[in-house]
Design a protein around this ligand. Structure first.
Ligand code: FAD
Length: 353
């Protein structure tokens, strides 16, 4: 295939993954984004990909998403394994499974969730009940939860390090920062300033910035970054909670992310006291070592969601739009990108490596 010119609107999760793959396949790639530069931003205005906890949870997400999302998720975990292996920076990526915990009073709610997670797809892992001894062997730091289940083969990825590596290792890509794309059409990008640019292919992956081309809305999510020396947690943990889907996700360097609220609002203002207190209280109730943790950051961002909360790819000659990754962008991005590149007959990186 002759090298093609590709214009990408958005340098978030999808934009960086597309740019890295298309550059490896030999295409000429230009990316446009209003952000001041490639570094992570935590002011609530940059890519949601930076804020994400990076849980890769096809099983747990069945609580409020479809079997299609789960199937894309299992494919994506296998794909992240290959992508991370190809990245020189080797960001943290693990497939140690995750844990679901419930306090004694929440057993009824846990049973309802477990019923929703029970899938009948052949070869798909199922939640496994753990005894107190099992749990102590897997994660000795966890205490206080009466009930626990292992969600086998679920994964996690360091979102910030991966976005940085995809940018740094996308050889030959031309990054255009502080460039707002006003519209994306077949073979053309138009900008807030300057003349439009022509390409063989255009990818519109602007997340919540893609309106009115797509009926996307933002769903507010708040997350807490903690430094907890010696917390010892080695895999993501979810805790049943009456108001939030609370999770604890270990990152390298004794960092622990505690998330996340899910609020139908496009408010990007700082994290509320109520959300911060509820998330941290819930996390501390199962990980007593957090008592002396230090709060590194309170972060907020908007998840890009379509009306049915499902991901959507629209592909026609010269133009691809991908959006609606909602609360599972890291879980879905590699499979969605692979499918989009195949639909356009553009080579993906495994075809040339
Ligand atoms: C608190 C929180 C926790 C999360 N946790 C997880 C998790 O554990 N696991 C998981 O799988 N997912 C998680 N997510 C979801 C995930 O972050 C998103 O689904 C994902 O980032 C969406 O990717 P995207 O590329 O579509 O959008 P983004 O990553 O938001 O990127 C969009 C890019 O487009 C740019 N842009 C916007 N407007 C324009 C314009 N006009 N012109 C050019 N560029 C533009 C933006 O600056 C941005 O860089 C979480 C999200 C939040 C908020």
């Amino acid at each position: 295939m002759r090298p093609l010119s590709v214009g990408i609107a958005g340098a978030g999760l999808l934009g960086r993954l597309l740019a890295w793959q298309l550059a490896r396949a030999g295409h000429g790639v230009s990316v446009f984004d209003p952000a001041p530069g490639p570094a992570p931003g935590f002011d609530g205005r940059q890519a949601a990909g930076f804020t994400a906890a990076g849980m890769l949870s096809p099983l747990a997400e069945l609580d409020n998403s479809s079997a299609r999302v789960a199937a894309l998720g299992w494919r994506s975990i296998a794909r992240w394994r290959e992508i991370v292996a190809a990245l020189g920076a080797a960001p943290q990526f693990a497939e140690r499974g995750s844990l679901l915990l419930a306090h004694r009073s929440d057993l009824g709610a846990a049973r309802r969730v477990l019923d929703r997670l029970a899938t009948h797809a052949p070869g798909t892992p199922q939640a496994e009940a753990l005894s107190a001894a099992d749990l102590a062997r897997l994660e000795p730091g966890l205490q206080g939860a009466a009930h626990a289940w292992l969600l086998p083969r679920e994964g996690q990825i360091d979102a910030v390090a991966t976005l940085q590596a995809l940018h740094a290792e996308a050889a030959g890509v031309r990054w255009h920062w502080q460039r707002t794309v006003l519209s994306a059409s077949a073979g053309e990008l138009a900008f807030a300033q300057g003349p439009p640019r022509r390409f063989d292919w255009v990818f519109d992956v602007r997340g919540t910035g893609a309106r009115p081309a797509m009926p996307v809305r933002g769903v507010r999510g708040e997350i807490v970054w903690l430094h907890a020396t010696g917390h010892g947690l080695t895999r993501p943990v979810r805790l049943l909670h009456s108001r939030h889907r609370v999770y604890l996700v270990p990152r390298p360097g004794d960092v622990l992310l505690v998330g996340a609220s899910e609020i139908e609002s496009e408010d990007r203002s700082p994290v509320s006291l109520k959300s911060a207190v509820e998330l941290m209280t819930a996390a501390h109730s199962v990980l007593p070592a957090l008592a002396e943790a230090r709060i590194l950051r309170l972060d907020v961002n908007l998840r890009p969601a379509l009306p049915d909360n499902e991901p959507c790819t629209e592909a026609s000659e010269g133009l691809v739009r991908i959006n609606g990754l909602f609360r599972h962008g890291w879980l879905l991005a590699p499979a969605l990108v692979d499918d989009a590149l195949r639909a356009c007959r553009l080579r993906a990186f495994e075809d040339v490596s």
